[in-house]
Design a protein around this ligand. Structure first.
Ligand SMILES: *Cc1c(COP(=O)(O)O)cnc(C)c1O
Length: 429
């Protein structure tokens, strides 16, 4: 792909962009009347304009029907999540019956580990990425302890080689092989939150199955960002949040995937009435009988307002087409990478080191930059100019242009400010 380091080039790219008009379907935050440059979809996606309408609709039904809203009216709440499964399935490469939405992400990690972490005899260990998102570390650590193991012994982490920032698939496979007699579960992120690296989920899944382990993924940074084929890759389970790339409200509802090969197995689970067979749920009988599919893992009554926000955003995804979004995303992040390299050239050194892989297949929207020095100062100066990425300790700036509402001009504005700020800092070095 050929890029040019000019505003005119960025504007021309925006004009030629088929998804350009989707920006109008979002509420872009403003500062003193001017739209800010928001590059933080990796943390909280922006609000689609239709979210308010979707939520208001449910408030109206609540007003009109009261409790009968569960069974009556235009969209009975009892089945409200079914359309969400249909909308999620193509984004996750799953069958609709394999996905559902419920709870929040870390809760779902716990619930799925109850079912899919099945330690037996010598096979009781869990393999995970080193430097995983803290909530995942805490969840896995506490699950292992809950089953009576010592976390230091039962959790095996894979780290990058010395001097490298990201993991090599060969090193992951080697670790799997080395511990093949001990591993019960492999639980990885789909994308590491810090580096933005996409892991080779297909290969990891196969390697895990070859040694008799189950394999699951936390797709917090992958869902709605990069294509995945959970069904075809035969991933056992996965979960994700909807508030990052899926724009479904702060702390919005999470999603889970369970491969259909597990539907007939009598897996252990922490059950609740919302996972009970739907047609018999209100008989209030004794003895839990799960609904078939991922829905059988639901525990509590559907939070309809959160689901409405999720549905609103997924409707925008459906209209845009996920393949189109990904194609634009590759160009947009490619442009960002090109411009950061140009900034480095202008500074006469690799002042901003991109630790995210270069290969578009191994990354999504996000690039993670390590600043040679003054990282936090530079980040704060960007924020002051209303250019919003995020800062992750100890030393990374994450920037994520997303295809639905970001423009090539946004990316240009970021790089332009980055150079200006760095040049101002330089003389004091
Ligand atoms: C964002 C994120 C979480 C957050 O979990 P919540 O339960 O939604 O607070 C967990 N894990 C990963 C990998 C994340 O990126």
């Amino acid at each position: 792909m050929q890029f040019t380091n000019t505003l005119a080039f960025a504007q021309q790219q925006d004009q030629e962009d088929e998804l350009q008009h989707f920006r109008n379907e979002f509420l872009i935050p403003k500062h003193e009347g001017k739209e800010i440059t928001y590059l933080c979809g990796n943390s909280l996606g922006l609000q689609p304009k239709n979210t308010r309408q979707f939520i208001n609709e449910q408030l109206d039904y609540w007003e009109k029907y009261g409790v009968e809203g569960w069974f009556d009216g235009e969209q009975p709440w009892l089945a409200y999540h079914h359309e969400i499964s249909d909308l999620l399935a193509p984004i996750l490469g799953a069958k609709p019956i394999e996905v559902t939405c419920m709870n929040n992400l870390t809760i779902n990690l716990h619930l799925l580990m109850v079912s899919f972490y099945q330690p037996k005899g010598k096979k009781y260990k869990i393999l995970m990425e080193g430097g995983a998102f803290p909530s995942d570390q805490y969840a896995i650590e506490s699950q292992v302890k809950f089953r009576g193991y010592n976390a230091d012994d039962a959790i095996i982490e894979v780290f990058p080689r010395a001097g490298e920032e990201t993991l090599r698939t060969e090193d992951i496979l080697e670790k799997i092989n080395k511990h093949k007699k001990e591993l019960a579960l492999i639980l990885f992120g789909g994308i590491n939150y810090y580096t933005g690296q996409v892991f080779d989920m297909k290969t990891i899944t196969k390697a895990g199955h070859d040694i008799g382990a189950l394999v699951g993924f936390d797709l917090a940074h992958a869902a709605g960002n990069v294509p995945v084929q959970l069904h075809n890759w035969e991933v056992d389970f996965a979960c994700w949040c909807s508030y990052k790339y899926m724009n479904s409200s702060p702390g919005g509802i999470s999603g889970i995937f369970v491969h259909e090969k597990h539907f007939e197995a009598d897996l252990p689970r922490f059950a609740g009435w919302w996972g009970y067979q739907l047609d018999k749920r209100f008989k209030m009988d004794k003895g839990f009988v799960p609904e078939k599919g991922a829905e059988g893992w639901q525990v509590s009554t559907s939070p309809i307002l959160m689901m409405a926000a999720h549905k609103a955003s997924l409707k925008v995804f459906e209209k845009a087409g996920f393949a189109n979004m990904r194609a634009k995303s590759i160009r947009l992040t490619g442009f960002l990478e090109f411009l950061i390299q140009q900034v480095n050239e202008a500074l006469g050194e690799e002042f901003f080191k991109i630790i995210t892989p270069k290969n578009p297949e191994e990354r999504g929207c996000q690039l993670s930059l390590i600043c040679k020095q003054d990282g936090k100062l530079i980040f704060d100066a960007l924020v002051k100019q209303q250019i919003i990425g995020d800062w992750r300790e100890p030393n990374v700036i994450r920037v994520s242009p997303v295809p639905l509402y970001n423009t090539f001009k946004d990316v240009f504005a970021f790089a332009d400010a980055l150079l200006e700020i760095s040049l101002k800092l330089k003389p004091t070095n």
